[in-house]
Ligand binder design. Sequence first.
Ligand code: ADE
Ligand code: ZN
Length: 328
Amino acid sequence: MSEWAALPKVELHLHLEGAAPAAFIRGLAAEKREDISGIFGKDGNYAWRDFPHFLKVYEAACSVLRGPQDYHRLVLAVMEESAAAGVVYSECFLSPDFCGGGDPGAWAEYLAAIREAAAEGERSCGLTLRGIATCIRHLGPERAKRAALCAAETAGDFLTGFGIAGDETLLTPADFLWAFDCAREAGLRITAHAGEWQGPGGIRDTLRALRPERLGHGVRAIEDLALVDELAEAGTVLEVCPGSNVALGLYRDFRAHPIHELDRRGVRVTINTDDPPFFRTSMIREYEELHRAFDWDEGQFRRLARQALDAAFCDADTKSRIAKKLEG
Ligand code: ADE
Ligand code: ZN
Protein backbone atom coordinates (compact mmCIF):
# COMPACT_ATOMS: atom_id res chain seq x y z
CA MET A 1 0.00 0.00 0.00
CA SER A 2 1.22 3.49 -0.87
CA GLU A 3 2.51 5.63 1.98
CA TRP A 4 0.10 8.35 0.74
CA ALA A 5 -3.09 6.27 0.78
CA ALA A 6 -4.21 7.13 4.31
CA LEU A 7 -3.47 10.87 4.14
CA PRO A 8 -6.86 12.67 4.06
CA LYS A 9 -7.41 14.41 0.71
CA VAL A 10 -9.72 17.01 -0.78
CA GLU A 11 -10.51 17.02 -4.49
CA LEU A 12 -12.17 19.95 -6.27
CA HIS A 13 -11.92 18.96 -9.94
CA LEU A 14 -13.41 15.62 -10.97
CA HIS A 15 -15.76 15.04 -13.90
CA LEU A 16 -18.37 12.51 -12.80
CA GLU A 17 -18.58 10.72 -16.16
CA GLY A 18 -14.81 11.08 -16.59
CA ALA A 19 -14.34 9.20 -13.33
CA ALA A 20 -16.41 6.21 -14.49
CA PRO A 21 -14.24 3.08 -14.23
CA ALA A 22 -13.86 1.46 -17.67
CA ALA A 23 -15.23 -1.83 -16.27
CA PHE A 24 -18.33 0.01 -15.05
CA ILE A 25 -19.02 1.47 -18.52
CA ARG A 26 -18.29 -1.89 -20.20
CA GLY A 27 -20.76 -3.54 -17.81
CA LEU A 28 -23.50 -1.00 -18.61
CA ALA A 29 -22.88 -1.43 -22.35
CA ALA A 30 -23.20 -5.22 -21.99
CA GLU A 31 -26.46 -4.89 -20.04
CA LYS A 32 -27.85 -2.69 -22.82
CA ARG A 33 -26.38 -4.87 -25.58
CA GLU A 34 -24.53 -1.93 -27.06
CA ASP A 35 -21.22 -2.26 -28.81
CA ILE A 36 -18.85 0.52 -27.74
CA SER A 37 -15.83 -1.80 -27.74
CA GLY A 38 -13.99 0.67 -30.04
CA ILE A 39 -13.34 3.04 -27.13
CA PHE A 40 -11.35 0.46 -25.16
CA GLY A 41 -7.81 -0.75 -25.73
CA LYS A 42 -6.53 -4.33 -25.45
CA ASP A 43 -5.95 -3.83 -21.71
CA GLY A 44 -9.64 -2.98 -21.26
CA ASN A 45 -8.96 0.64 -20.39
CA TYR A 46 -10.18 3.68 -22.34
CA ALA A 47 -8.07 4.30 -25.46
CA TRP A 48 -7.72 7.74 -27.03
CA ARG A 49 -5.08 9.51 -29.14
CA ASP A 50 -5.28 13.23 -28.38
CA PHE A 51 -7.58 15.78 -26.73
CA PRO A 52 -10.24 15.96 -29.50
CA HIS A 53 -10.31 12.14 -29.62
CA PHE A 54 -10.43 12.00 -25.81
CA LEU A 55 -13.59 14.16 -25.91
CA LYS A 56 -15.14 11.76 -28.47
CA VAL A 57 -14.27 8.66 -26.42
CA TYR A 58 -15.63 10.43 -23.33
CA GLU A 59 -18.94 11.17 -25.08
CA ALA A 60 -19.18 7.59 -26.38
CA ALA A 61 -18.68 6.28 -22.83
CA CYS A 62 -21.44 8.66 -21.65
CA SER A 63 -23.82 7.32 -24.31
CA VAL A 64 -24.51 4.18 -22.23
CA LEU A 65 -25.33 6.23 -19.12
CA ARG A 66 -29.05 6.65 -19.53
CA GLY A 67 -31.45 7.54 -16.80
CA PRO A 68 -31.17 8.56 -13.14
CA GLN A 69 -30.61 4.98 -11.96
CA ASP A 70 -27.45 4.64 -14.07
CA TYR A 71 -26.15 7.83 -12.48
CA HIS A 72 -27.04 6.52 -9.02
CA ARG A 73 -24.83 3.51 -9.67
CA LEU A 74 -22.11 5.66 -11.22
CA VAL A 75 -21.92 7.96 -8.19
CA LEU A 76 -21.49 4.99 -5.85
CA ALA A 77 -18.77 3.46 -8.06
CA VAL A 78 -16.88 6.78 -8.24
CA MET A 79 -17.18 7.46 -4.51
CA GLU A 80 -15.77 4.02 -3.72
CA GLU A 81 -12.71 4.70 -5.90
CA SER A 82 -12.14 8.15 -4.40
CA ALA A 83 -12.59 6.98 -0.82
CA ALA A 84 -10.08 4.18 -1.43
CA ALA A 85 -7.55 6.88 -2.38
CA GLY A 86 -8.14 8.71 0.93
CA VAL A 87 -10.40 11.46 -0.41
CA VAL A 88 -12.69 12.78 2.33
CA TYR A 89 -14.34 15.61 0.37
CA SER A 90 -14.92 15.83 -3.35
CA GLU A 91 -16.60 18.30 -5.69
CA CYS A 92 -17.59 16.76 -8.96
CA PHE A 93 -18.71 18.23 -12.24
CA LEU A 94 -22.20 17.25 -13.35
CA SER A 95 -23.48 18.03 -16.80
CA PRO A 96 -27.14 18.95 -17.45
CA ASP A 97 -26.35 18.16 -21.12
CA PHE A 98 -25.55 14.52 -20.32
CA CYS A 99 -28.17 14.33 -17.53
CA GLY A 100 -31.46 14.96 -19.29
CA GLY A 101 -30.29 16.81 -22.43
CA GLY A 102 -30.76 20.25 -20.87
CA ASP A 103 -34.39 19.68 -19.88
CA PRO A 104 -34.98 21.13 -16.37
CA GLY A 105 -37.51 18.46 -15.32
CA ALA A 106 -35.28 15.59 -16.42
CA TRP A 107 -32.23 17.23 -14.84
CA ALA A 108 -34.07 17.53 -11.50
CA GLU A 109 -34.70 13.77 -11.59
CA TYR A 110 -31.07 12.96 -12.40
CA LEU A 111 -29.87 15.32 -9.69
CA ALA A 112 -32.21 13.77 -7.11
CA ALA A 113 -30.75 10.31 -7.90
CA ILE A 114 -27.18 11.66 -7.77
CA ARG A 115 -27.86 13.34 -4.46
CA GLU A 116 -29.45 10.26 -2.98
CA ALA A 117 -26.44 8.18 -4.07
CA ALA A 118 -24.10 10.79 -2.57
CA ALA A 119 -25.87 10.48 0.78
CA GLU A 120 -25.72 6.68 0.57
CA GLY A 121 -22.03 6.82 -0.41
CA GLU A 122 -21.29 9.18 2.48
CA ARG A 123 -22.76 6.65 4.91
CA SER A 124 -20.87 3.71 3.38
CA CYS A 125 -17.48 5.28 2.51
CA GLY A 126 -17.30 8.38 4.70
CA LEU A 127 -16.68 10.68 1.74
CA THR A 128 -18.67 13.91 1.36
CA LEU A 129 -19.63 14.78 -2.22
CA ARG A 130 -20.94 18.05 -3.67
CA GLY A 131 -21.86 18.88 -7.27
CA ILE A 132 -20.90 21.64 -9.68
CA ALA A 133 -23.05 21.89 -12.82
CA THR A 134 -21.06 22.52 -15.98
CA CYS A 135 -21.87 23.62 -19.46
CA ILE A 136 -19.83 22.26 -22.34
CA ARG A 137 -18.02 24.89 -24.36
CA HIS A 138 -18.06 23.16 -27.73
CA LEU A 139 -21.84 22.70 -27.54
CA GLY A 140 -22.20 26.49 -27.72
CA PRO A 141 -23.89 29.33 -25.79
CA GLU A 142 -27.52 28.27 -26.34
CA ARG A 143 -26.95 24.86 -24.74
CA ALA A 144 -24.97 26.61 -21.99
CA LYS A 145 -28.00 28.82 -21.25
CA ARG A 146 -30.15 25.73 -20.82
CA ALA A 147 -27.53 24.15 -18.56
CA ALA A 148 -27.39 27.34 -16.47
CA LEU A 149 -31.18 27.45 -16.14
CA CYS A 150 -31.15 23.82 -14.95
CA ALA A 151 -28.41 24.64 -12.46
CA ALA A 152 -30.09 27.84 -11.24
CA GLU A 153 -33.31 25.97 -10.43
CA THR A 154 -31.48 23.37 -8.35
CA ALA A 155 -28.86 25.54 -6.62
CA GLY A 156 -28.49 24.72 -2.94
CA ASP A 157 -26.50 22.83 -0.37
CA PHE A 158 -25.65 19.97 -2.74
CA LEU A 159 -25.34 21.79 -6.09
CA THR A 160 -22.98 24.55 -5.09
CA GLY A 161 -21.34 25.80 -8.28
CA PHE A 162 -21.40 26.33 -12.01
CA GLY A 163 -18.58 25.95 -14.52
CA ILE A 164 -17.58 25.32 -18.09
CA ALA A 165 -15.62 22.39 -19.54
CA GLY A 166 -15.08 21.08 -23.07
CA ASP A 167 -12.95 22.31 -25.94
CA GLU A 168 -11.29 25.53 -24.81
CA THR A 169 -10.04 26.32 -28.31
CA LEU A 170 -13.59 27.02 -29.58
CA LEU A 171 -15.65 30.21 -29.05
CA THR A 172 -14.74 32.79 -26.39
CA PRO A 173 -15.60 33.08 -22.67
CA ALA A 174 -17.69 36.20 -23.36
CA ASP A 175 -20.06 34.04 -25.45
CA PHE A 176 -21.10 32.38 -22.18
CA LEU A 177 -21.78 35.55 -20.19
CA TRP A 178 -25.55 35.04 -19.98
CA ALA A 179 -25.17 31.52 -18.61
CA PHE A 180 -22.66 32.60 -15.96
CA ASP A 181 -24.67 35.66 -14.89
CA CYS A 182 -27.74 33.43 -14.54
CA ALA A 183 -25.83 30.92 -12.41
CA ARG A 184 -24.23 33.61 -10.26
CA GLU A 185 -27.60 35.30 -9.63
CA ALA A 186 -28.92 31.96 -8.38
CA GLY A 187 -26.15 31.92 -5.76
CA LEU A 188 -23.87 29.40 -7.48
CA ARG A 189 -20.12 29.80 -7.06
CA ILE A 190 -18.10 30.03 -10.25
CA THR A 191 -15.21 28.02 -11.70
CA ALA A 192 -14.10 27.78 -15.35
CA HIS A 193 -11.73 25.59 -17.34
CA ALA A 194 -9.02 27.86 -18.78
CA GLY A 195 -5.29 27.76 -19.31
CA GLU A 196 -5.23 24.12 -20.39
CA TRP A 197 -5.45 24.44 -24.20
CA GLN A 198 -5.04 28.22 -24.34
CA GLY A 199 -2.27 30.29 -22.87
CA PRO A 200 -2.33 33.42 -20.68
CA GLY A 201 -4.59 35.32 -23.13
CA GLY A 202 -7.35 32.74 -22.69
CA ILE A 203 -7.00 32.92 -18.92
CA ARG A 204 -7.23 36.73 -18.93
CA ASP A 205 -10.32 36.59 -21.19
CA THR A 206 -11.94 34.07 -18.84
CA LEU A 207 -11.19 36.10 -15.71
CA ARG A 208 -12.52 39.28 -17.31
CA ALA A 209 -15.70 37.79 -18.78
CA LEU A 210 -16.77 35.14 -16.30
CA ARG A 211 -15.15 36.36 -13.03
CA PRO A 212 -14.48 32.86 -11.64
CA GLU A 213 -13.12 32.30 -8.12
CA ARG A 214 -11.39 29.17 -9.35
CA LEU A 215 -9.87 28.09 -12.64
CA GLY A 216 -9.93 24.52 -13.92
CA HIS A 217 -6.24 23.92 -14.72
CA GLY A 218 -5.02 27.52 -15.24
CA VAL A 219 -1.48 26.14 -15.35
CA ARG A 220 -0.45 27.91 -18.55
CA ALA A 221 -0.46 31.14 -16.56
CA ILE A 222 3.18 30.18 -15.97
CA GLU A 223 3.90 31.50 -19.50
CA ASP A 224 3.25 35.06 -18.23
CA LEU A 225 4.75 35.82 -14.82
CA ALA A 226 2.77 39.07 -14.49
CA LEU A 227 -0.39 36.98 -14.73
CA VAL A 228 1.00 34.57 -12.12
CA ASP A 229 1.47 37.53 -9.77
CA GLU A 230 -2.08 38.72 -10.48
CA LEU A 231 -3.51 35.28 -9.68
CA ALA A 232 -1.51 35.13 -6.46
CA GLU A 233 -2.62 38.64 -5.50
CA ALA A 234 -6.30 37.96 -6.25
CA GLY A 235 -6.22 34.60 -4.46
CA THR A 236 -7.61 32.82 -7.52
CA VAL A 237 -7.53 29.09 -6.88
CA LEU A 238 -6.14 26.75 -9.52
CA GLU A 239 -7.68 23.28 -9.75
CA VAL A 240 -4.49 21.70 -11.03
CA CYS A 241 -4.62 18.21 -12.56
CA PRO A 242 -0.96 17.30 -13.17
CA GLY A 243 -1.50 13.69 -14.29
CA SER A 244 -4.17 14.80 -16.76
CA ASN A 245 -1.85 17.46 -18.20
CA VAL A 246 0.99 14.96 -18.59
CA ALA A 247 -1.28 12.29 -20.13
CA LEU A 248 -2.66 14.80 -22.64
CA GLY A 249 0.86 15.91 -23.57
CA LEU A 250 0.89 19.47 -22.19
CA TYR A 251 4.04 18.61 -20.25
CA ARG A 252 6.63 15.91 -20.82
CA ASP A 253 6.43 14.57 -17.26
CA PHE A 254 5.67 15.64 -13.68
CA ARG A 255 9.07 17.30 -13.29
CA ALA A 256 8.26 19.58 -16.21
CA HIS A 257 4.86 20.49 -14.75
CA PRO A 258 4.52 24.07 -13.40
CA ILE A 259 2.54 23.23 -10.22
CA HIS A 260 5.61 23.52 -8.00
CA GLU A 261 6.63 26.89 -9.45
CA LEU A 262 3.07 28.26 -9.27
CA ASP A 263 2.89 27.23 -5.61
CA ARG A 264 6.31 28.75 -4.92
CA ARG A 265 5.12 32.02 -6.45
CA GLY A 266 2.14 32.17 -4.08
CA VAL A 267 -0.68 30.93 -6.32
CA ARG A 268 -3.32 28.91 -4.44
CA VAL A 269 -2.90 25.54 -6.16
CA THR A 270 -4.81 22.33 -5.42
CA ILE A 271 -4.25 18.72 -6.54
CA ASN A 272 -6.90 16.91 -8.62
CA THR A 273 -7.36 14.00 -11.04
CA ASP A 274 -9.83 15.39 -13.69
CA ASP A 275 -10.84 12.07 -15.34
CA PRO A 276 -8.81 9.44 -13.46
CA PRO A 277 -9.37 6.20 -15.45
CA PHE A 278 -8.91 8.04 -18.76
CA PHE A 279 -5.52 9.31 -17.56
CA ARG A 280 -4.59 6.21 -15.57
CA THR A 281 -4.35 8.17 -12.40
CA SER A 282 -5.77 8.47 -8.90
CA MET A 283 -5.20 10.91 -6.04
CA ILE A 284 -2.63 8.45 -4.68
CA ARG A 285 -0.71 8.42 -7.95
CA GLU A 286 -0.80 12.25 -8.09
CA TYR A 287 0.73 12.37 -4.59
CA GLU A 288 3.35 9.75 -5.44
CA GLU A 289 4.43 11.53 -8.61
CA LEU A 290 4.52 14.96 -6.96
CA HIS A 291 6.59 13.54 -4.12
CA ARG A 292 9.00 12.00 -6.62
CA ALA A 293 9.20 15.07 -8.87
CA PHE A 294 9.42 17.84 -6.26
CA ASP A 295 10.15 16.05 -3.02
CA TRP A 296 6.78 17.23 -1.67
CA ASP A 297 6.29 15.82 1.82
CA GLU A 298 3.39 15.16 4.17
CA GLY A 299 3.44 18.74 5.46
CA GLN A 300 3.11 20.12 1.93
CA PHE A 301 0.25 17.74 1.06
CA ARG A 302 -1.58 18.59 4.29
CA ARG A 303 -1.19 22.31 3.59
CA LEU A 304 -2.59 21.92 0.06
CA ALA A 305 -5.52 19.80 1.29
CA ARG A 306 -6.37 22.57 3.77
CA GLN A 307 -6.02 25.15 0.96
CA ALA A 308 -8.41 23.09 -1.19
CA LEU A 309 -10.94 22.89 1.65
CA ASP A 310 -10.76 26.68 2.11
CA ALA A 311 -11.59 27.02 -1.61
CA ALA A 312 -14.44 24.47 -1.52
CA PHE A 313 -17.92 25.68 -2.45
CA CYS A 314 -19.78 23.90 0.38
CA ASP A 315 -21.28 25.62 3.43
CA ALA A 316 -19.35 26.51 6.59
CA ASP A 317 -20.75 23.63 8.68
CA THR A 318 -19.61 21.07 6.11
CA LYS A 319 -16.18 22.74 5.97
CA SER A 320 -15.67 22.56 9.70
CA ARG A 321 -16.73 18.89 9.73
CA ILE A 322 -14.20 18.11 6.96
CA ALA A 323 -11.50 20.25 8.62
CA LYS A 324 -11.62 17.90 11.61
CA LYS A 325 -10.98 14.95 9.30
CA LEU A 326 -7.99 16.74 7.77
CA GLU A 327 -6.48 17.24 11.19
CA GLY A 328 -6.80 13.53 12.03
N1 ADE B 1 -14.00 17.41 -19.84
C1 ADE B 1 -13.50 16.35 -19.19
N2 ADE B 1 -12.17 16.49 -19.01
C2 ADE B 1 -11.82 17.68 -19.55
C3 ADE B 1 -10.61 18.39 -19.68
N3 ADE B 1 -9.45 17.91 -19.21
N4 ADE B 1 -10.64 19.59 -20.30
C4 ADE B 1 -11.80 20.06 -20.77
N5 ADE B 1 -12.96 19.45 -20.68
C5 ADE B 1 -12.99 18.26 -20.06
ZN1 ZN C 1 -11.54 19.11 -16.19
